[in-house]
Design a protein around this ligand. Structure first.
Ligand code: ARG
Ligand code: ZN
Length: 845
C-alpha cells in the first residue's frame, strides 16, 4: 500500500500525557499504557485509530470501562467519547524473538528499542506518527541493574526506575534500555549554567572505549552553543552502545542509542577513520536534539527537514574540529559514490519524496546527503549572516512544532525577502543536474556559457531548470588569482556570465568547494587540469583537477587502449613533493577513483562498463604510479612517521593517511616487505589495518590474517574489520568463494547486522568481485538476502541496493542480476521493505 504526501491529514486527537509501565521479560514483556486524549477540533472526521503490530492485547479501557476494540494487522479502532478521555491498554510482546531489531528487542541480554520510523507500534497501541507529540512518564520494572528511558530520572528503587520527559515528543523518539551495563560518566555545564550529567553506557569489557566518545559529546555540546546558540535542555544525557543495531545511531530524547561501532573507540581497535566517524555521529545525534526533537517533522515525507539539516550541521562541526578542505573532499566523495549513484539509477527520488510503501527504505543518501547539500546551497545563496538569522528565526518560530519543508523555506523567505519558489525544486525534483560550461575570451572579457539539464528519473520524465549557485574564481596563466571566488546564480536552462577588465585569457576554476550537487561537464586539456592541480587556491578544485586527470586517464586506457598519461604521473609527483600541502590532502590526491565511479562515468559516456577491465586498468595505473614515484616514496613514508603516544587528531591522522597511501604504492614494488614490517610494528589499528590491506591487495598477507584473527578473536568490532577486509579486497575471481568461506566461519553471526554487512557488504563493495562474469557474487548475495529477509527486513532491503546498477552492464550481467532480483521478489512472505526495494530496482510494478 502506497502512502502519499498529498494525503496528509491531522490526527483526530491531541495527547495531554502518556504513562507507560514496562514489566520486562524476554518473551512476555507486559506494556501498560495510559494515554490522555483530547479531540483535535481541526482534524477531519475519522474513526479513532491507533497503530499496533504484532501485539497481544490483554485488555483495553476507556475512562476505566473495559472495551473490546476492533483489531486488525495494523492497529485498533474503537468507539470513543466526543470529549477528552483516558485510554488504557495492556499488551504483551516478546523482545527476545524480535530479530527485526525494530520496536523493543534484546541484544546480548540487554533490552533496547529502535522506534524510528514506525517501531513504537510494535511496543503498544498508539498514534505512531511524528505530528502527535506528548510528554511521557515511564516506569520500568526489571531485575537488571540499569534501567533507562527518556528525560529526567524520577524515583527509583530495587527493580524499578521511573523517568519523566517534560518535552513533548513523537513516539519515534521513545527509548528504553535495560541491562547489566557500566557507565562512563562525566558532566557538562551549559552556557546558562545548567549542570548536565553525561553517561555512556556499555557492556562490561567495553568501558575502556568510552573516553573518546565522551570528549566528542562535550565538543558537540559546546559547538552547538557557540555556532547555533543551542543549549541542552534536560538534566541528563545518556548514550548506550548496542551490538545489534540496524543503522548507525538514534537520537531518542535524552537517551541516544548507538550501534557500538559508532561510539566505542580505542587506538588499538579503531582506525583514524573510525575516530572521525564516531565524532561525527555523536555530534549528529546530539544536534538532533534541536533539529529533529525540539523541532520535529510533520510526517515522514519531511524526513530531510531533520536529516538534511542535521547532516549539514555535523559536517560543519567536523570541518571545524578538523580540516574544512579535507572534510569537503571526503563529503563529495561520499556524495558521488552513494547519492549520485542513487540519483542516476532506478531508486532515484526527490530529497522530499512524494510517496512511499515502507518509510524505512527512504533513509537514503538522497534524503541525508543531498538534503545536506541543499542546505549548503541555501547558505551560499543567502550568505552566512542571513543563514544565521534564518536559523534563529526557525528555532524561535518552530520550537515545539512538527514542521514541514514549506515552514523551513518560509523562514528564509521572511528573513531575506527572497522568493524560494524555484529553489524549492531541489526538494521536489529527483536526479543530478548536468552542468556544462564553455569559456570565451576576447578584448579583456571572459564569458562563461552554462547549460543545465537533468535526465529523467522514475516518475519524473521532464525537469525544470533549478537555481544553481556556481562558485567561480579566475586564475591567470602564471598562477595568480585574478578574480576571487564569487557565486554565479544560475536560474535559466542556459545562461552566460561575463568577467571584464582582464589582461589575459584566464583559467577558470568552476564549482569551487563543490558549490552545488551537479555533474560538471567541461572540456579541458591535461595541461589545464595539471595547472589547476598545481595552482588552484580552492582546495576542493585543486583536488578535483587531479581527480579529473585520473578519470580521464582511466577512461582513455579503457576506451582507446591509451597508455598511462605521463602528465598525470608528473602532476602527482609534484603534489607529493609540495611540502606546503597538508598530508591528508596529499593522501586524497593519491587515491584513485573507485571502480564504481569509473563504471558510472563510462556508462554516462555511452560505453558499457566491463568491471574486470576497470579493475585491471586501476591495477595498471597504480603500478605505474608506484614506479613513477618510486624514488620519492621511501622519503615520504619516513617523513610522515608519527612518533609518541597515539592521538586521533587531524594532524597525526593526516600523516598516517599519507603514509598508508604511500605504503600501498611501495607494496606494489617490494612484494609487501615494508607492509609486513609496519604490520609487525603497529601499535594502533590504523597502521595495523593499513598494512594488512596493502598485503591483501597484492594477494599476500595470509600469515597476518591468521595472526590478526588470533589477536582479535574476542573483539567483535575488530573482527568485523577482519571479515570486511577479506571479502572487500579479495581478487575478483576469488571474491565470491572467499566470502562464502567467511559465511561458514564460526564467528559469522548472520543475524548481527554489523557482521552481515562486513562479510556480504564487503563483497557488494568489491565491484569487480561482485560483478564477476560467472555470477557467483550475485548468487551468493541473493541467497543470503533471502535468508536474512525473514529475520531482518530493514537490513535486507538496504543491502539489496547492491543490484541497483544493473542497467549499466552488458546483457549477460543484466540477465543474471535481473534473475536474482526476481528470485528475491518471488520469495514467499518476502517483507514489504525488500519487496518495495526490489520492485523499484527492477523498474516494474
Ligand atoms: N534518525 C537516525 C539518524 O539519522 C537514523 C534512524 C534510521 N532509521 C531507520 N529506520 N532507518 O541519526
Ligand atoms: Zn539523523
Amino acid at each position: 500500500q502506497t502512502i502519499y504526501l498529498s494525503d496528509y491529514k491531522e490526527f483526530s486527537h491531541f495527547i495531554d500525557g502518556v504513562e507507560l509501565t514496562f514489566q520486562l521479560s524476554p518473551t512476555k514483556t507486559r506494556v501498560k499504557s495510559k494515554i490522555h486524549f483530547r479531540p483535535n477540533p481541526k482534524a477531519p472526521e475519522q474513526a479513532f485509530f491507533l497503530h499496533g503490530e504484532h501485539l497481544k492485547l490483554i485488555s483495553a479501557h476507556i475512562d476505566g470501562v473495559k472495551i473490546s476494540p476492533t483489531l486488525t494487522e495494523t492497529g485498533l479502532t474503537a468507539e470513543v467519547p466526543t470529549g477528552p478521555f483516558i485510554f488504557e491498554a495492556e499488551v504483551e510482546i516478546s523482545p527476545e524473538t524480535n530479530t527485526a531489531l525494530e520496536g523493543l528487542y534484546m541484544s546480548n541480554g540487554m533490552y533496547c528499542t529502535q522506534c524510528e520510523a514506525e517501531g513504537f507500534r510494535k511496543i503498544t497501541y498508539y498514534p505512531d506518527r511524528p505530528d502527535v507529540m506528548a510528554t511521557f512518564k515511564v516506569r520500568v520494572e526489571s531485575a537488571l541493574p540499569v534501567l533507562l528511558s527518556n528525560g529526567n530520572p524520577g524515583t527509583s528503587d530495587e527493580g524499578i526506575a521511573e523517568w519523566h520527559d517534560p518535552w513533548p515528543k513523537p513516539a519515534y523518539l521513545f527509548a528504553l534500555v535495560a541491562g547489566d551495563l557500566i557507565a562512563h560518566s562525566d558532566s557538562f555545564t551549559t552556557k546558562s549554567g545548567k549542570d548536565v550529567a553525561l553517561n555512556i553506557y556499555v557492556r562490561p569489557g567495553d568501558e575502556d572505549k568510552c573516553a573518546f566518545g565522551m570528549g566528542a559529546l562535550k565538543r558537540s555540546m559546546t559547538w552547538d552553543e557557540d555556532v547555533y546558540g543551542r543549549e541542552y535542555d534536560l538534566d541528563i544525557f545518556n548514550i548506550v552502545a548496542v551490538d545489534d543495531f540496524n543503522m548507525g545511531a538514534m537520537e531518542n530524547k535524552g537517551l541516544n542509542i548507538f550501534n557500538s561501532s559508532c561510539v566505542l573507540a580505542s587506538p588499538e581497535t579503531s582506525t583514524d577513520a573510525n575516530f572521525e566517524r564516531i565524532e561525527g555521529i555523536i555530534a549528529h545525534e546530539y544536534f538532533h536534539n534541536w533539529t529533529g526533537n525540539r523541532i520535529t517533522c510533520r510526517d515522514w515525507f519531511q524526513l530531510c527537514l531533520k536529516e538534511g539539516l542535521t547532516v549539514f550541521r555535523d559536517q560543519q562541526f567536523t570541518s571545524d574540529m578538523r580540516s574544512h578542505a579535507v572534510k569537503r573532499i571526503d563529503d563529495v566523495i561520499t556524495l558521488r559514490g552513494r547519492q549520485f549513484r542513487e540519483d542516476n539509477g532506478p531508486l532515484a527520488h526527490p530529497v522530499r519524496p512524494e510517496s512511499f510503501v515502507e518509510i524505512n527504505n527512504f533513509y537514503t543518501a538522497t534524503v541525508y546527503d543531498k538534503g545536506a547539500e541543499v542546505i549548503g546551497m541555501l547558505k551560499r545563496l543567502v550568505g552566512d549572516e542571513d543563514y544565521k538569522r534564518a536559523l534563529d528565526l526557525y528555532f524561535e518560530r518552530h520550537d515545539g512544532d512538527a514542521a514541514t519543508i514549506e515552514d523551513w523555506l518560509k523562514v528564509f523567505e521572511d528573513t531575506t525577502g527572497r522568493d524560494l519558489t524555484q529553489f524549492s525544486k531541489w526538494y521536489s525534483q529527483a536526479g543530478t543536474p548536468r552542468l556544462s560550461v564553455a569559456g570565451e575570451f576576447s578584448d579583456g572579457t571572459y564569458i562563461l556559457h552554462f547549460k543545465q539539464a537533468t535526465p529523467p528519473t522514475p516518475g519524473q520524465p521532464v525537469k525544470d531548470p533549478r537555481v544553481i549557485p556556481i562558485a567561480v574564481g579566475l586564475l591567470n596563466p602564471n598562477g595568480d588569482e585574478v578574480r576571487e571566488t564569487c557565486i554565479l546564480e544560475m536560474t535559466e536552462a542556459e545562461q552566460s556570465f561575463r568577467f571584464t577588465g582582464l589582461s589575459t585569457k584566464p583559467i577558470p576554476s568552476i564549482l569551487r568547494a563543490f558549490s552545488a550537487p551537479v555533474i560538471l561537464e567541461r572540456q579541458s586539456s591535461t595541461k589545464e587540469r595539471a595547472f589547476l592541480l598545481a595552482h588552484d587556491t580552492d582546495p576542493f578544485n585543486k583536488w578535483e583537477a587531479g581527480r579529473a586527470l585520473a578519470k580521464e586517464t582511466l577512461v582513455a586506457m579503457l576506451t582507446a587502449d591509451a597508455p598511462v598519461n605521463s602528465d598525470f604521473l608528473d602532476a602527482l609527483a609534484a603534489v607529493l613533493r609540495d611540502e606546503n600541502l597538508d598530508p591528508a590532502f596529499q593522501a586524497l590526491a593519491l587515491a584513485l577513483p573507485s571502480q564504481d565511479d569509473i563504471a558510472q562515468t563510462l556508462f554516462d559516456a555511452g560505453v558499457t562498463p566491463d568491471p574486470m577491465a576497470i579493475y585491471t586498468a586501476l591495477e595498471t595505473l597504480s603500478q605505474s604510479i608506484a614506479q613513477h614515484l618510486q624514488d620519492l616514496l621511501p622519503r615520504i613514508y619516513a617523513a610522515n612517521h608519527v612518533d609518541g603516544p597515539f592521538s586521533s587528531e587531524a594532524a597525526p591522522a593526516g600523516k598516517r593517511a599519507l603514509q598508508g597511501a604511500v605504503l600501498g604504492l611501495i607494496s606494489r614494488l617490494d612484494g609487501g616487505d615494508q607492509a609486513r614490517a609496519q604490520y609487525a610494528a603497529a601499535d594502533n589499528m590504523t597502521q595495523q589495518l593499513q598494512a594488512l590491506a596493502c598485503l591483501l591487495r597484492i594477494d599476500r598477507g595470509q600469515t597476518e590474517l591468521a595472526s590478526f584473527e588470533t589477536q582479535w578473536a574476542q573483539d567483535r568490532l575488530v573482527m568485523d574489520k577482519w571479515f570486511g577486509l577479506q571479502s572487500g579486497l579479495a581478487a575478483p575471481q576469488k571474491a565470491a568463494a572467499i566470502t562464502e568461506t567467511l559465511t561458514k566461519h564460526a564467528a559469522f553471526d548472520w543475524k548481527n547486522p554489523n557482521r552481515f554487512r562486513a562479510a556480504l557488504g564487503g563483497l557488494t563493495g568489491n565491484t569487480a568481485g561482485f560483478h564477476a562474469a560467472d555470477g557467483a557474487g550475485y548468487k551468493l548475495v541473493t541467497d543470503w538476502l533471502i535468508k536474512l529477509d525473514a529475520a531482518n527486513p530493514q537490513t535486507t532491503a538496504r543491502m539489496s541496493t547492491a543490484f541497483d546498477s544493473w542497467r549499466r552492464y552488458d546483457a549477460s550481467r543484466q540477465g543474471q542480476m535481473i534473475e536474482q532480483l526476481k528470485r528475491i521478489q518471488a520469495t514467499p512472505n518476502l517483507s514489504r521493505d525488500t519487496h518495495e526495494m526490489v520492485t523499484r530496482i527492477l523498474g516494474s510494478d
